[in-house]
Design a protein around this ligand. Structure first.
Ligand SMILES: [Zn+2]
Length: 232
């Protein structure tokens, strides 16, 4: 079988607009690995997305979490229940927040912000904190380190891209010259940008990380927020 790098689509209403996410699927003879898995409650959508390729959640071998944000790991615990053999990967730095052995940094940040929010934003802030508290933690089975080479789809290099969160990782698919950015880079009006700068925990490091990814000169960048960026 040819190696396939597929982009899945998850949408959810967000105020008056729609929030679209693009998890990636790495599929070769031995592995079917999902990279990030959407919001809390995204499992049925993921099932439908896999179905169009003749796949099921039970056939997934792994789930890579680029970082611990709710829109990336929201469905992880539900996926693991549906497929207990699913192997969960993340960086070592991010793992304690994914498993909630330490209080997730995003929740900490949201709770701090809540204290200084203007009155008219308090309800929104409270709802956001409540949603973050509903994210089900999950244990990470294997750590991915900067520079690790996985044999997925003919070669997958792990790239540490800290900034958005301290342990954020991206993946470089060497055979296809594709970078899976996670939130180290997003696309806005066709331009690479820092994802959600207002939530970015360390903006300087995030900028360095985005530049590091752009310096790879890959053919395509699969952005979780915004879609595919090609420099050509
Ligand atoms: Zn995100």
């Amino acid at each position: 079988m040819d190696n396939k790098i597929l982009r899945l689509v998850i949408t959810a209403p967000f105020g008056d607009t729609v929030n679209t996410l693009y998890p990636t699927l790495l599929w070769d003879d031995n592995n079917i690995i999902l990279v990030d898995c959407g919001f809390i409650g995204s499992l049925p959508t993921l099932e439908k997305e896999l179905e169009q390729y003749g796949l099921t959640v039970e056939r997934l071998t792994g789930l890579v979490l680029t970082h611990h944000d709710h829109d990336h790991m929201g469905a992880a615990a539900a996926l693991k229940r549906a497929n207990p053999n699913l192997k969960i990967y993340s960086s070592q730095t991010e793992a304690p927040y994914i498993s909630a052995q330490e209080k997730p940094l995003r929740l900490k940040q949201a709770e701090e912000m809540q204290k200084i929010l203007p009155t008219d934003k308090q309800d929104f802030g409270r709802a956001f904190c409540d949603m973050l508290r509903r994210v089900e933690p999950i244990l990470v089975d294997e750590f991915l380190h900067d520079g690790d080479n996985m044999d997925w789809c003919g070669g997958c290099r792990v790239i540490a891209t800290p900034g958005h969160t301290p342990g954020h990782i991206s993946l470089f698919m060497e055979n296809d010259s594709v970078v899976i950015t996670g939130d180290a880079m997003a696309l806005e009006d066709g331009h690479p940008v820092i994802a959600n700068p207002q939530f970015t925990l360390d903006l300087n490091r995030a900028e360095n990380s985005m530049n590091k990814l752009l310096s790879i000169k890959a053919n395509a960048y699969y952005c979780y927020h915004g879609g595919v960026y090609s420099k050509a």
